[in-house]
Design a protein around this ligand. Structure first.
Ligand SMILES: [Zn+2]
Length: 125
């Protein structure tokens, strides 16, 4: 079954990050039926359509994949590194890494405060 999620115009599609001191966590929801974690606030679970409750995820996680981007995009000077990280007991999120070096799969990472562009960021734990 395929599902599409419409993002209303003018809505920031990135996960909402809450910063407390040195810790940054993603504010999303978790399904109360199946436990599925979601990095975004949604009214129902995207996996089983069950009810959800607010949940915070992170700051720690493990790199699922990482790469270096070498093509220019508006507002970003290449090269720069990105990683998908699986937050501990939480969802998979995309985050910028410092510098221009990808990390090996399985590297322990922690979320840091979003950058000036508002993007998620992470560093090696
Ligand atoms: Zn569910």
């Amino acid at each position: 079954m395929s599902q599409t999620t419409a993002v209303p115009a003018g809505t920031d599609p990135r996960p909402r990050v809450v910063v407390r001191g040195d810790d940054a966590v993603v504010a999303g929801v978790r399904c109360t039926e199946c436990g599925h974690p979601v990095a975004f606030v949604r009214p129902r679970c995207p996996a089983c359509r069950g009810p959800v409750e607010p949940a915070e995820f992170g700051p720690a996680g493990t790199a699922w994949s990482s790469t270096v981007v070498r093509i220019p995009v508006p507002g970003r000077e290449p090269p720069y590194a990105l990683a998908y990280l699986d937050l501990d007991d939480g969802p998979r999120v995309l985050a910028h890494l410092p510098g221009d070096r990808a990390v090996p799969v399985g590297t322990r990472l922690r979320l840091t405060a979003p950058d000036e562009a508002g993007d998620l960021t992470a560093e090696e734990a």
